[in-house]
Design a protein around this ligand. Structure first.
Ligand code: HEC
Ligand code: HEC
Length: 233
């Protein structure tokens, strides 16, 4: 939004020079200060939408060089708390766009990702999303340490999840994340954040709130064990 204002301002400034004095320049209505704004309690953040711009995967590949130092290194992990950096190869473009806007506006917390996302324009986000979604790679399970029994327990508990995330963790709509093959420790981290309220989503937060820690671990184990998302190296 900020960027398009800058562009508009620049164009408005150019118009008289290009078209001569006879043209008048449309003015934005003057901003009238409102009398004492009503006191507001903090409203929940509005849901984010995918970006309505076509992504250019080739340009995205160039921009994504900055991201590869973490997302492109198999086994890379976030130091504190320790969990594996999520895989992006084969993730849905619409979901990547929503995730990056969440970091950019600060409703998803992670200092490095907030800094990364803040340096990206809407077009940049559409382009890197097209790049990561389109990477061809070997469908791979995530890094996981769960037992076979935990994976099977997770399969049984995933009945409510598969309506959106797909029977094997490949989502039914592009704005929902693929979970199949995501690293187990990242999925646990994400689920714990919904439970603690550090990450807020109108759909996910109420679904996860009643689940205990063992169930979160089993669900993460089941989805991580399915081969789909891949490394981008
Ligand atoms: C210093 C390491 C690092 C760099 C560099 C980095 N990321 Fe990340 N990224 C992470 C970590 C760690 C997370 C998980 C954060 C969390 O828990 O929310 C993450 C999360 C994400 C997610 C959300 C994934 C999901 O499944 O929700 C996206 C999308 C993403 N990064 C894209 C990018 C892009 C695009 C770039 C480059 C412009 C980038 N990242 C650069 C470490 C990094
Ligand atoms: C009605 C659809 C729906 C259902 C049912 C659902 N999810 Fe989700 N899930 C979503 C959406 C939408 C998001 C992205 C939310 C956001 O941006 O934080 C998401 C995000 C997630 C994430 C974060 C992924 C990432 O890459 O960061 C995990 C993990 C997850 N869901 C697990 C589950 C589990 C486990 C269940 C079942 C208990 C479940 N979901 C049920 C729609 C759904």
């Amino acid at each position: 939004m900020f960027r398009s204002r800058v562009v508009v301002t620049a164009l408005v400034a150019l118009v008289p020079a290009l078209s001569g004095p006879a043209q008048s320049v449309a003015q934005e209505p003057a901003l009238t200060p409102t009398a004492a704004a009503p006191a507001r309690t903090t409203p929940p953040p509005p849901p984010l939408m995918p970006i309505a711009l076509a992504g250019d995967a080739e340009r995205g590949a160039v921009l994504a060089q900055t991201c590869e130092g973490c997302h492109g290194i198999p086994g890379a992990f976030n130091a504190s708390p320790a969990y594996h950096v999520p895989k992006l190869g084969g993730q849905n473009a619409d979901y990547i766009e929503v995730a990056l806007q969440g970091y950019r506006r600060g409703t998803r917390g992670h200092a490095t990702m907030q800094a990364q996302a803040s340096s990206l324009t809407d077009q940049d986000i559409a382009d890197v999303a097209a790049h990561f979604a389109g990477i061809a790679g070997d469908p791979d399970p995530g890094r996981l340490s769960a037992s076979a029994a935990q994976i099977e327990a997770g399969r049984a508990k995933a009945a409510t999840c598969v309506a959106c995330h797909g029977a094997e963790g490949v989502a039914g709509a592009p704005q929902w994340p693929n979970l199949a093959g995501q690293h187990e420790s990242y999925l646990i981290q994400a689920l714990e954040q919904y439970k603690s309220g550090k990450r807020v989503d109108m759909v996910m937060s109420p679904l996860i709130a009643p689940l205990d820690e063992a169930s979160l671990e089993e669900l993460a184990a089941f989805f991580s064990a399915q081969a789909h998302l891949h490394n981008t190296d």
